[in-house]
Design a binder for this molecule. Sequence first.
Ligand code: DOR
Ligand code: ZN
Length: 434
Amino acid sequence: MSVLIKGVRLYGEGEAVDVLVDDGQIADIGAGLAAPDDAEVIEAAGQVLLPGFVDLHTHLREPGREDTETIESGSAAAALGGYTAVFAMANTSPVADTSVVTDHVWHRGQQVGLVDVHPVGAVTVGLRGEQLTEMALMAGSAGQVRMFSDDGKCVYDPLVMRRALEYATGLGVLIAQHAEEPRLTVDAVAHEGPTAARLGLAGWPRVAEESIVARDALLARDAGARVHICHASTAGTVELLKWAKQQGISVTAEVTPHHLLLDDSRLASYDGVNRVTPPLREASDAAALRQALADGVIDCVATDHAPHAEHEKCVEFAQARPGMLGLQTALSVVVETMVKPGLLSWRGVAAVMSENPARIVGLPDQGRPLEVGEPANLTVVDPDTSWTVAGGELASKSANTPFEAMVLPATVTATLLRGTITALDGKPVRTDTR
Ligand code: DOR
Ligand code: ZN
């Protein structure tokens, strides 16, 4: 089956064109293309065509917490958010520290067929930070694990981290670090600053993140390795990334939509929906993160989509589980924080949400140019609409969005994975042909 996308502007630039998709690829690009008999036509006049988004940081909760998210429900959220590939973090139950678990995640994602679900393998057995996992077995198995992370926990032991980086370099895989020095965050629930002090919440200092970022940059330098920093959250981390990149160290970093838009002034309500790891920082940190994303000091946006049940969020702030939904709101938050203020063009959005993450993790068929012959992993965005976020209406099995009731700009109107429509007009599309 073929698909004709009519009237789109590639990267939001130039004249509107039609894009014909056939056999999983972009078959033709031009004005006034005729629709083949079997073609599904997407009327997208005035809309923007981008390469499908790639999320390096998603929690899909399967196996173990299928009451809060499954690979199926998370895949639907991803497709609706414009994603064609997501990386599912390893902090499941059981932990994804063997190929049995990582292969399950991969196969289940392919079965659902809405988005490529790439399993992330744990760096250490049970996320305990002590013994390295069999990374080579996971990398060489069906799920072809190409990213390893203990996310949720930090690989805090410098010797273990050093060995992990050395081992990963030999395998050509990526280590993604959740930068949190655990000795500095005992009992911490909120960013350490005037707000937490006023509210009586135990503070999480910036240095807990920054000390690990600095250490890991140096470890990567010495090992000739590369390291990826998850969810950068402070202005100091931005400075360290800038320094490390200037030194030629292979460090990359992601920022979440919630750290771009929100700050700790939100905590005054004591609503557990605002608890997240790392915590929402100060407005000056958010501004530094936005500038760093615009400048390329931070390479990409990753959602840290972290579904939690109502009984885990609607509790006293300090008891609430950290984490926020992100897959269906990411693009709109990036438009609000980056495109509207003129910090990023649509081509820039393609870079930070698709091309850069695909490159960082080495996905050959994602983040490709919008050209004839390229794989048709595509996202169509209506830039001129806005919508009101309602957690209960998202595809996720959980509803813990911090953007509840906010009016956000831009909607994803269609997503195509290898030429097959996976989301259209706000609904996931599953077909039997896959
Ligand atoms: O807020 C967070 N939630 N940060 C993490 O690092 C882990 C995640 C989760 O798994 O809920
Ligand atoms: Zn994390």
